[in-house]
Design a protein around this ligand. Sequence first.
Ligand code: SAM
Ligand code: SF4
Length: 308
Amino acid sequence: MYDGYFRKIEYLRFSITDRCNFFCRYCRTKEVCEIENKELSKDEIFRVISVFKKLGINKLRFTGGEPFLRDDIFDIIEFADSIGIKNINVTTNGYLDGEKIGKIAKSSLSSINISLDTLDRQKYKVLTGVDGLSEVISTIKSLSRFKKVKINTVLLRSVNFDEIEHLISFAKENNVVIRFIELMPVGIANRIFESEFVSIAEVLKRFRNVREIESSENSVAKYYHIEDFDHIVGFINAVSGHFCDRCDKVRVSSRGILYNCLFDRIGLDLKEYLNDEDILIEKIQEFVKKKRFTRNPTTDTMMFKMGG
Ligand code: SAM
Ligand code: SF4
């Protein structure tokens, strides 16, 4: 499927729940959570995935909210695999029990992104609302033996600007990729954006001999070899430089709304058409044709609803 600027749309980022067991300061607070659970059912999710597969989607990422709060997540992953989607990924906070870790190890997931913003137990607790650092570290260590694991670290001046070197060393010791992400002015992050934002350029300046590495993936991350660590580190400059010209992605929220961009307000409610696949295909194609060339500068959309 192509948008109106002939960008090939091959990647679906699917928020399968807006529930979460964390309250990360930049993502979710109690007052912005809705009590009523209107997330799509498993069957509705199957229909959405099927139709996007028919439209040429070959890369899928499940996100949320916390995707592993859904009991049926492994059925959903296996369904996507069964219809031939080969590149299936998930983003999680990593606060998982042994049973889920075991199931992930055996699943057809290609990779797991685990969010980790600090290695300090107290800071972790204050930032996320959960005293869960040791569990998340244990998830990273266990899963990296079976799957490709990437750590996602959102740069926050008061939290981890003094921990960047430590986080890179941790990733190196555990043989996983770490990617530093600029805080985006999305949802409640707008409240702390000015004081907490750190640009990738400011981080790169701290290292000697930084060499950009060619990456084969159409990734939003740029990878650099950093001589100080003899390690490759990813950086996602989601704010200081955006990648709209090569965007290949659309998003579906946990309530079944299709968005062409994280920064869009207007979406297409897929639920209205789920019972007629031909009409659904037509509506999606029509909507994706309207994908704008560049994004809005900020949005009040909540990241945990649209899916980060
Ligand atoms: N709960 C899962 C997790 O935390 O990984 C998946 C959903 S979460 C919304 C996905 C990713 O979005 C996380 O890595 C999180 O740190 C990131 N994120 C949330 N709000 C953000 C913001 N304002 N700017 C940049 N990244 C953000
Ligand atoms: Fe939950 Fe992920 Fe948002 Fe943290 S970043 S509140 S874990 S959805």
